[in-house]
Design a protein around this ligand. Sequence first.
Ligand code: FMN
Length: 265
Amino acid sequence: MKNLNKIYKLDKKIVLAPMAGITDGDFCKNYTDLFGITCIGAFNLDSKTDIASKSILKRGRKEFIYDLEDLSEKIVLEIKKAKESKSLVSVNVRFDDFLAAKKTLVQISKYADIIEINCHCRQEEITNLNLGQNLLKLENNLKLKEILTQIDNLNLKTPIFLKIRANFVNFEELTDSLNNVKDYFEGIHIDCFNPKKNYPDLDYLKKVWENFNEKIIIGNNSVNSIESAKKMIEYCDFVSVARSVISKNIEWIYEFNKLMSETKK
Ligand SMILES: Cc1cc2nc3c(=O)[nH]c(=O)nc-3n(C[C@H](O)[C@H](O)[C@H](O)COP(=O)(O)O)c2cc1C
């Protein structure tokens, strides 16, 4: 049985979204009592994604590069630090080789509240491995299924979420892909990416919300105010934020938390 109760019970509905090279334990522990869930990572769990990440870093993007030798211990430390924020902790991961990733996944599951499989990254070095957002393509569905069934066989208590990007594949393709693997994950964290627009695609989110209503849904993209969070939460259980936190625009989150707890009363 997956441990979902503590997620359903959360009063705080805002989630800190993962940002490679930024959201580690030290960053997250600064935000005490602010987020319901804090996502750390993305972390690379095998040598292929580690090499990809190193070349992404070379062209100037921030990444988390950890020695694969003591990766489990390092990530556990990051989880423990992130927990100082008093939120639940979700760990965003990428890997190609399950056997190489297995030990770390098991260790993560002992400390984290959610394991988030990265089906979102659009960096070429990752998509060339048919990972990240490429896992959403129907042609790569067997690969996604293999990853998820292998994790499922570990019988971890930690819920599995998929971090996905809207509009990389159309909604029909996404539905086909996710329906084929729906027994192996509990939540969808969706960046409502809206090509060439600076606002989220709430229609896409609404369809995901309606079609996967048994899943926990975290909506994401361009939320930076009480108003934008209110609009998004109509179609999801939680709303996540990344760039708003980077730009230190967080006062509204305290207000939003207050508002949510008052409406509950
Ligand atoms: C610098 C940066 C790094 C990111 N790294 C990751 C990552 O490692 N894994 C992931 O799933 N999403 C990553 N994202 C995407 C964010 O989690 C989020 O989906 C995106 O920024 C849209 O949300 P926002 O409009 O609140 O920023 C990253 C975003 C930024 C800005």
